[in-house]
Design a protein around this ligand. Structure first.
Ligand SMILES: [Mg+2]
Length: 208
């Protein structure tokens, strides 16, 4: 079920029926960036334009300011206010119904675990496990994850290094890794579901 051969894209993958899939939340299941920018604006008067975030690092905030923003963006209220990207819940539900193991990866703070589980239930996203690992690639290796869906260029590179297939929504901060690495990149969840259909063997949720 792992990628074989050298061709780029899903065509080189064998079709799986019981794969272990890990799915990131922030900037993967919902548009987390605007939440962070909103906190930054309110707290520090610093806007963080999405289109200008071309690297993984934050350049407009000091580390302690960033820590505040990231922590506040994961308050219970903000987690529960998250709106999933169109098609995300439907796609993951299809995979889950198809027999794939779905592991959701949350922010590495035990304090947000309960709210995150409540949010997943509220939006109707089925999953088998919820983890909040500090080192998510290591956890994926340990858990035998075969496909990681995550927007972080660091996570993508780490997954590929360990032979884990990687997929992501395209964001300004990961366009480069999409260009250079052997990773499935999609503009939205509808396209992501289509691109992964040959890999996961789940029907494409057309028209959603
Ligand atoms: Mg993320």
């Amino acid at each position: 079920m792992l990628p074989t051969g050298t061709a780029k894209g899903p065509g080189k993958w064998k079709r799986g029926t019981d794969m272990k899939i890990a799915v990131d939340i922030d900037s993967t299941l919902h548009h987390h960036w605007d939440v962070v920018s909103d906190v930054s604006q309110r707290r520090f008067g610093v806007r963080l334009p999405y289109d200008e975030q071309l690297t993984w690092g934050f350049t407009r905030l000091r580390q302690e300011q960033l820590d505040v923003c990231v922590r506040e963006s994961h308050s219970d209220a903000r987690i529960m206010a998250g709106v999933p990207y169109a098609g995300a819940v439907e796609a993951v539900a299809e995979w889950h119904a198809h027999g794939h193991f779905v592991q959701v990866l949350s922010h590495p703070s035990a304090s947000c675990r309960r709210a995150t589980a409540a949010w997943l239930e509220a939006i109707g996203l089925p999953f088998d496990d919820l983890q909040c690992p500090e080192r998510r690639v290591e956890m994926c290796v340990r858990e035998g994850i075969q496909l990681l869906i995550d927007d972080s260029p660091l996570s993508i590179a780490g997954a590929l290094e360990h032979g884990i297939a990687a997929a992501t929504l395209v964001h300004p901060w990961n366009e480069e890794v999409c260009d250079e690495e052997d990773v499935i990149c999609a503009r939205d969840w509808h396209q992501l579901a289509q691109l992964l259909a040959p890999v996961l063997g789940a029907p494409v949720a057309a028209g959603r």
